[in-house]
Ligand binder design. Structure first.
Ligand code: MG
Length: 204
């Protein structure tokens, strides 16, 4: 399976990092070794002094496809979970300054904690109006709603599938709202879709 991720999909997050608003989705990938499940702890790596949390809704692909038309895209994912796109912001900044790839800044071990539970799509009355949030040590840090995405789920799936054949079990991180910040050992991160806590783990 592959993990795809969309950067710069929420305007206020683009602004907080002083990034340009993209004309097309910004795509990157993480290896499957980035995944943390079962609320496993995240071990803060020593190669970065600025690991940021980015809470994101995660789509689970349920059917293989390529060149998927946007109007059919909703048939290709069946469930939505929540995850953290951990980002070594210092390494990413260095790479951005030099126009180099983000792989180590985004794809290092443990950089993709995801919920064990994915909520079936049919449970949502409107996927264009899903609230999600992240608490750190019980305090609200990030809050998003899918209505605020620059590129909605169906567009993302259609766009990605022009370049990559999507396969059953692939995951798509769909972008983070504003409020990203550094984590430190001892922090507890709790991520929610609506009011349901689906992911909770410690930084060690
Ligand atoms: Mg992200």
């Amino acid at each position: 399976m592959r993990i795809f991720a969309i950067g710069r999909n929420y305007v206020e997050h683009i602004q907080e990092l002083n990034n340009e608003r993209p004309d097309e989705p910004v795509i990157f990938t993480k290896p499957d070794t980035a995944i943390l499940r079962n609320n496993a702890p995240f071990y803060h790596p020593s190669f970065s002094n600025d690991i940021h949390h980015e809470v994101e809704l995660v789509l689970r692909i349920s059917k293989e496809g390529k060149n998927i038309e946007e109007k059919f895209a909703s048939r290709y994912y069946d469930a939505i979970g929540i995850g953290i796109d951990f980002t070594a912001r210092d390494l990413q900044q260095k790479a951005k300054d030099k126009g180099l790839p983000w792989d180590i800044a985004k794809g290092f071990n443990g950089s993709a904690p995801i919920s064990d539970t994915f909520i079936p799509v049919e449970k949502f009355s409107d996927v264009k109006n899903i609230n999600f949030k992240l608490e750190v040590n019980g305090n609200l840090r990030q809050q998003g709603n899918t209505s605020l995405m620059l590129f909605p789920f169906d567009y993302i799936i259609s766009y990605l599938s022009k370049f990559f054949t999507l396969k059953t079990g692939d995951l798509i991180f769909t972008g983070t709202p504003k409020g990203v910040a550094a984590v430190k050992p001892g922090d507890t991160l709790s991520a929610y879709i609506e009011n349901e806590k689906l992911l909770e783990f410690q930084v060690k």
